[in-house]
Design a protein around this ligand. Sequence first.
Ligand code: GLN
Length: 190
Amino acid sequence: MKIGVLALQGDFDAHRRRLEELGAEVVLVRKPEQFDEIDGLVIPGGESSTFLKLLGDETFRKLSAFAHTKPTFGTCAGAIMLAKEVENPHQQGLNAIDITIRRNAYGRQIDSIIVEAATALGGDPLEMVFIRAPRIEKVGEGVEVLAQRGDDPVLVRKGTVMAATFHPELSADMRVHAEFLKLVKNGTKY
Ligand code: GLN
């Protein structure tokens, strides 16, 4: 199983390490043709507006086609990239998962925070590291909410797409990445 991590900017290396710990072969994706060699893709945190600037037309098209057809997991800025609607300010989303997401929505004073909450993944509460996080304001039909921060969905999944507004790669807990690898292995059957 080859997993690509989009490596244009942001904390892609922490994802690489985590995926390798879980036994996946990882490809750091920087060029459009690399999308053809991978079975799943992680879009890391970083700055979503910068991702949009750095992606050339061809890489953007490849990324979009991939996210619409193959297992893709976006964290924080990556979740913003995958969204249907992006607010604050409005920017282009790939529309790979039916969520409306608001950038930098938790305010400056608490712009980084660690929260523990129950998760539908089972087991102990999940540690969730939020860094200038976006908030999922609306989820469309059929979008499964796997974890919440208060009333806000923070880990969602539909079909082959997963999105987290926090940074699972910064916690020791491997369950979120393991869940994504399961998705890559089984397609939509989980
Ligand atoms: N604030 C960033 C954005 O709007 C996301 C922050 C992150 O990925 N940690 O794109």
